[in-house]
Write a protein that binds this ligand. Structure first.
Ligand code: IMP
Ligand code: MG
Length: 184
């Protein structure tokens, strides 16, 4: 980002902490237990969409006790104005056939809902045994496409957040907490 040239620039954009490390840790512990209960010993495939969900994935994977495999994909959605063209470009796909898997998508944030709506449609067409979406954050006020995650760890109002994997122009992913970004 052009206007971040120093630590002072970097820090001046962190408006306030919205969700603390401790709150994230507790919520993940609870979500992990929920997954354990839901799959009851059956193996799962945790899928995360890069890059934003990489930190959440690392912590979620360690919060579940059911046998689990890990998969990553990278996706970009294309839109005509504000209307989704329905085209999702997968820049990196899963490296396996998911038809024998209980798939759990772990996502960083659902905003307009376009990205996950498209990805879920695409993955369902590959006939997994089941598919559920766990999102760290949900911003339902911003929804354009009608999409509901199966589980949201936190629901937040409409402001831009950074940290714990979430970026602004690639910075701030390494903050251990979630903060509101100072837009000014
Ligand atoms: P959607 O398709 O509009 O739901 O977009 C979801 C993607 O937009 C997320 O995976 C994030 O990469 C990005 N995004 C949406 N809101 C925020 C935010 O508040 N902070 C950082 N990234 C965001
Ligand atoms: Mg992003």
């Amino acid at each position: 980002m052009k206007d971040i040239k120093s630590v002072a620039d970097f820090e001046s954009k962190i408006k306030r902490v919205v969700i603390t490390e401790e709150e994230i840790r507790e919520a993940i512990k609870k979500a992990g237990k929920e997954i354990d209960k839901m799959y009851d010993g059956r193996p799962i495939l945790l899928v995360s969409i890069l890059k934003g969900a990489f930190v959440f994935m690392a912590d979620m994977a360690r919060a579940v006790s059911v046998p689990c495999e890990i998969g990553f994909m990278c996706a970009k959605s294309y839109y005509e104005g504000t209307v989704s063209s329905g085209i999702v470009k997968i820049t990196m796909d899963l490296d396996k056939d998911i038809s024998n898997y209980h798939v759990v998508i772990v996502e960083d944030i659902i905003d307009t809902g376009r990205t996950l709506n498209d990805i879920v449609k695409m993955l369902k067409a590959r006939n997994p045994i089941s598919l559920h979406v766990y999102t760290l954050l949900d911003k339902p006020d911003r929804r354009i496409v009608d999409f509901k995650p199966d589980y949201a760890l936190f629901t937040i109002p409409d402001f831009f957040v950074i940290g714990y994997g979430l970026d602004c122009a690639e910075f701030y992913r390494n903050l251990p907490y979630i903060a509101e970004y100072e837009e000014k």
